[in-house]
Design a protein around this ligand. Structure first.
Ligand code: AMP
Ligand code: MG
Length: 324
């Protein structure tokens, strides 16, 4: 990326405009986190409810400290271990972060993304950038610059093309405001990795497995979702899935983990490694979503901790195939 493109991005951001940025997780839609009007543009472009706070991106832990009203020792240790990387830390916020960013909360989510281009941008900009995923609200997160353009069109003033995202799923959100660290959203960094640094963590989200319907309506929140009807199914539900897909004629796709004999339609064999699966999930869903299908079926991975982030996304992107 030429120096002049970064300079252009910086001037746009200083003028309160929106820039699409690459990160290792997914592409972000960035604006100056100290400028209310700029931040409101993010919500407008995404159609995002103002009640859903944004993550603030900074170039390193030293800068992160400026935007937190206090900085516990656990934050230092986590930053040392995992930044730059897919971990967002929630802390009491400093006044410089405008209330639109945090949806009026007294806390802020801070993260240092692991992408050379965006780190360069953050250093040049020399301020905090609020950046949610660069998709329309509730839709599939973008993992290439092209996806951002397809999603947001002219609503984004410039997109920095940093190639395909290497992690492909959002950051893990960890709340450090309570007595014990709490995972609010599972993501690119695993619970086990976090626990190695800060000991046992709690959960602030329902981590019931994806093979059951959500226990309460709040957890059925549609998110990361294709517009094509999408169903998740257990490996034991294969016959039911095939019958269901049969009704769609050839216009169905299956994202399989084990072997599936699909008479018609599109069979996508997904990686059996959770990290490789996460890297390709959104890209695959997006491609299938534009393929004029009547249904997409996703075989659920095993109910194991290393699949927690993928389960979380699948639970919100799909509905559970009804039992026969
Ligand atoms: P996205 O920007 O689309 O990756 O989503 C950001 C995620 O971080 C959402 O799940 C937010 O609810 C969460 N988040 C951001 N800031 C805060 C905060 N101050 N407190 C709790 N959650 C937050
Ligand atoms: Mg998002």
């Amino acid at each position: 990326m030429s120096v002049s493109t970064i300079s252009l991005a910086v001037s746009l951001l200083r003028a309160g405009r929106l820039v699409g940025i690459p990160t290792e997780t997914v592409y972000g839609l960035a604006a100056d986190a100290t400028n209310s009007a700029a931040v409101r543009r993010i919500f407008a472009a995404k159609g995002r409810p103002g009640t859903n706070p944004l993550i603030v991106h900074v170039p390193d832990a030293a800068v992160a400290r400026r935007y937190a009203a206090n900085w516990p020792e656990a934050a230092s240790r986590l930053a040392e271990a995992f930044w730059p990387g897919p971990l967002t830390i929630i802390l009491p916020k400093a006044p410089a972060i405008v209330s639109e960013v945090t949806a009026g909360l007294g806390t802020v989510g801070l993260r240092v993304p692991a992408h050379a281009l965006t780190l360069e941008l953050l250093r040049e900009f020399d301020g905090p950038l609020a950046a949610p995923s660069a998709n329309r609200s509730t839709r599939i997160s973008p993992t290439t610059a092209r996806h951002v353009r397809d999603e947001l069109g002219d609503a984004v003033d410039l997109i920095l093309d940093g190639g395909a995202c290497t992690i492909g799923i959002e950051s893990t959100v960890l709340d450090l405001c309570g007595d014990r660290p709490r995972i609010l959203r599972p993501g690119g960094l695993s619970q086990a990795e976090i626990e190695q640094i800060v000991g046992p963590v709690e959960y602030g989200f329902a981590h019931t497995d994806a093979s059951r319907p959500a226990a309460s309506p709040g957890q059925q929140l549609v998110h990361y979702a294709p517009t094509t009807p999408a169903f998740r199914f257990l490996s034991t539900q294969k016959p039911g899935m095939l019958a269901h897909a049969g009704a769609a004629g050839g216009a169905a796709a299956v994202l399989a983990l084990t072997s599936v004999e699909l008479p018609g339609g599109r069979l996508v064999q997904m990686p059996v490694d959770p990290l490789a699966y996460a890297r390709t999930l959104y890209h695959t869903l997006r491609e299938l979503d534009s393929a004029d299908l009547r249904a997409i079926y996703v075989e659920l991975p095993p109910d194991e901790p290393q699949w927690m982030a993928v389960h979380d996304r699948l639970r919100r992107a799909t509905v559970l195939l009804p039992a026969e």
